[in-house]
Design a protein around this ligand. Sequence first.
Ligand code: PLP
Length: 393
Amino acid sequence: MIPNQNYGNLKDSYLFYNIAQKTKAYLEANPGKRLLRMGIGDVSQPLCSAVIEALKKGVEDQANIETFNGYMPECGAPFLREAIAAHYAKRGIKLETDEVFVSSGASDELGDILDLFGHGKTVLIPEPAYPAYVDANVMAGNKIVHLATCKENGFLPEPPESDGIDVIYLCSPNNPTGAVCGSELLKRWIDYANKTQAVILFDAAYEAFIEEPDVPHSIFEIPGAETCAIEICSLSKTAGFTGTRCGYTVIPKALVRGGMQLNSMWVRNRTTKTNGISYILQRGAAAVFTDEGQRQIHETLSVYKRNAKTLMSALEEAGAWFTGGKNAPYIWMQCPDGTDSWSFFDRLLNEIQVVATPGEGFGECAKQFIRFTTFGNPSDTQEAAERIKNLLK
Ligand code: PLP
């Protein structure tokens, strides 16, 4: 048996694995040093009380014969699909309940969804990008077209002149740059995809962080998206579900390629390859979409927003060039004096014990940048901001 040879084409190690190895080596050589972790994009604040109460209630339901649930519907519990569709409706987006699929998170979904396209497709990935996009497509044996963005174009990708692209990844607000696609840019991508029959995978994992009123939270706010886009979203960052796991995917019924409806293909896929998401978790997730849940998650998000402000003012004082931090929980800083990102990572670790994420992990074009997250606890973020400011001054 010859296993999937595409795995041999993956780059040696995953970004966060490398960071963990370097951090571990530093701590072994310097026991007792206190590290401030501004690297991995994991949340620090607990689930809100509306979610906790709903989870507890879900557990109680499973204890009684009248309310007990066995296997859940593969595409999601109707109560959660309805809550998500109602949430979209508040933004003027009309979805049928069965256009919403409940998932166990965006990462799982971003990899699994490639099943819809078959192998050997040409996939366009604007970079810097979340590394899983590239790796999932390498595993699938797809051809990757890397589309570099830069400081000069605000890290915003424009559609190419040529066609021949099957799948396009768009991530807004972007991880790692924090750049957001406005309506006009999204419209240009939608027109391109509809004209060339490509499909856009729109990763909206950070939509809840958008502050500016004119920035779209969903690609479906833009006319024409329903015939070319799939939206993948997650409660990980929105509601602190990184360790609880729940997300959702929107596939409009109007999305048809090669005579096949992608929505019904995904139903077939899910009903074959999953047995649904835990009832208890879906009860917790549904609480996020209640008025009280929305109020509470935004209270938590404001903790991260204040962290972003702390870090941004420190970087401003130090005269660093950076972007992000406004509509996203990431600050994307240019490394000082032309240093490359792994060297600057080492400097931050060795000199001030701050762990960041080197830009290089997000694509070739990102080698001179570094990413700080604003997900830490406020006192650590304050201390890290001071240390970074003093280092850069
Ligand atoms: N998409 C982007 C852009 C992300 O940054 C992340 C996680 O950091 C994910 C998706 C994955 O989210 P989840 O925790 O739902 O798998």
